[in-house]
Design a protein around this ligand. Sequence first.
Ligand SMILES: Nc1ncnc2c1ncn2[C@@H]1O[C@H](COP(=O)(O)OP(=O)(O)OP(=O)(O)O)[C@@H](O)[C@H]1O
Length: 298
Amino acid sequence: MTAVLRARALGKKYQRRWALTDCTLEIPPGHVTGLVGPNGAGKSTLLNLAAGMLTPTTGTIEVCGGRPGSGPAQLAKVGFVAQDTPIYAGLTVSDHLRLGAQLNPSWDDALARRRIERLGLDPHQRAGKLSGGQRAQLALTVGLAKRPELLILDEPVAALDPLARREVLQDLMEAVAEHGLSVILSSHLVADLERVCDHLIVLVAAQVAITGEIDELLATHHRLVGPRRDVATLPADQHVISASHTDRQTTLIIHTEAPILDPAWTVSTVGLEDLVLAYMGRAAGAGSGRRRALEVLR
Ligand SMILES: Nc1ncnc2c1ncn2[C@@H]1O[C@H](COP(=O)(O)OP(=O)(O)OP(=O)(O)O)[C@@H](O)[C@H]1O
């Protein structure tokens, strides 16, 4: 099966600053992939590269088997809802649906109208007069009704209330189950990602800190608590992601494929939020304010 996204040593430089470096990734089709990382980590840059809104400085990126932005066939395969909720302020809600129908060969008008009605949006209202959350919903409706192979969403639920957020995520999961849609979405809301995503990309400081299938990542990361210990004495196959020590005790989050045999450790599982925070904290340094960049709403 063709990967929905394949990046090899992908990099993007804005003037003198690298926003993304040495990014190598492969996302299989039919999945919901969560993209997470601190502010400024390069998430929007990666998503804009995938949507063809930016061109790489180094490396390559292939999306649904084609080069992003390479022409109408590629545009039809990929839906993109950018972070700033792209709508046309002067056009009404129904103008957006008309435009969507004209521009997209596989436009699902029934889906679009059903969704607008369910959301209670007035078809005659100008998009510029909608609330932030309603605008986000309109942009998402256009993205879903386009019926792309891959829908790329940059912080799609940030402006939505908790109930609306849950409904949007539900809609996405239904589209994945019914139409085989693949989704890549960035969010700071790890609890949401935990609910809908089966793949994860953690970007930190312009680099991929970890990527993979979430179940597999959770099965190979462990929390170890035991008597204070120098991490340099751990077996070579145990990679320390985060470490904290008191006078007597050491707490670690480690990555390993092998069983943990040392009886000195109490071993427990790691949740997605802990895993993400461990990788974010590794780059930022323990106790840094960067940890606060990750908003965890339950
Ligand atoms: N057009 C641009 N020109 C110059 N620098 C840019 C531009 N766009 C982004 N950057 C820089 O590139 C880096 C990555 O930005 P990006 O928007 O990809 O991060 P992000 O992870 O999406 O952040 P956030 O979570 O805050 O949305 C940042 O340091 C940002 O300042």
